[in-house]
Design a protein around this ligand. Sequence first.
Ligand code: SF4
Length: 343
Amino acid sequence: MSKINLMGLTLDQMQAALLALGENRYRGRQLFKWLYQARQHDFDRMTDLSRELRRQLAERYTVEGLTMVRKQRSKDGTEKFLFRLADRHPIETVLIPDRDRRTVCVSSQAGCALACKFCATGTMGLLRDLTVGEIVGQLVFLRQMYGDDSFGHVVFMGMGEPLNNYENLLESLRIMTSSQGLAIPARRITVSTSGITPKIKKLAESGLKVRLAVSLHAATQVKRLKIMPVADTFKLTKLMEAVRYYTEVTNQPVTFEYIVMAGFNDTMADIKALGRLVGGIPCKINLLAYNPVPGLPFKRPADEVVDWFGRELNPRVMAVTVRQSRGRDIEAACGQLAARSLT
Ligand code: SF4
């Protein structure tokens, strides 16, 4: 009988597993804390569980984390981790230090089906959804390596569209936000989506109150469709309705990500359209210069163009920030994750 991997089980699931062994529910809570807080994978070292229970656990269960095959460090301190999953698919996780905070950028799928025209991951197609254990495993791995303070913020901006792996995303978020699990405050977790409208509404109603970011990159339906095929299914007007709904239900502002691409979305007409589009929505716009991906036609704008874009946009919206690309020398920047070495 093959053993069941406990990594990725929620508190409820662990309690049910312990009940099935004839134990009290609170044993499930102890096990949950051992796994995610103490990051202890060896049953023998779970010293507040009886010897007999530890034996039974070891007989039926295992705790398998992720296998790292490479780590790269950028000149700016950004680190990129390449993991090989049990079925050999590659995924990447990026740890980004920025002044007094460290943010981890996690993957939610191996590859991605959405084929955004500017994105390296999009060229891979979807290999598969990540399991709950593989999503939280990225965070557990970093805490094992660097301790409790290894990161304070989590963004779902790595490989994949998190809302297309919705159930696993939700369970991961429950483990991440549980005070007995990874204990990461929901306000420090950002789920970034290319605009899966119905799931934005579901996430709003989930009660999880995580931050929402939307990859916009173009301010009209016609232009967005040129770079994001997903816009054909989920039209811009419906997307903005869903975003507005998210802000109302969660009482939180959203972030719009806008990658500035030279000669594509960097004109005054784009600025005006963007200002009109987000008008009345509590939001911040993050501008980011495009990082060229070999083989893809989009170009990086001059830094002055991005600064000008931000200055002109500023009076038309609630807040604008110009984000610096991080880890460009190790291809860890937004849209560059492709884990080519294992494909
Ligand atoms: S930008 Fe995001 S949603 Fe689009 S193809 Fe890349 S990973 Fe998928």
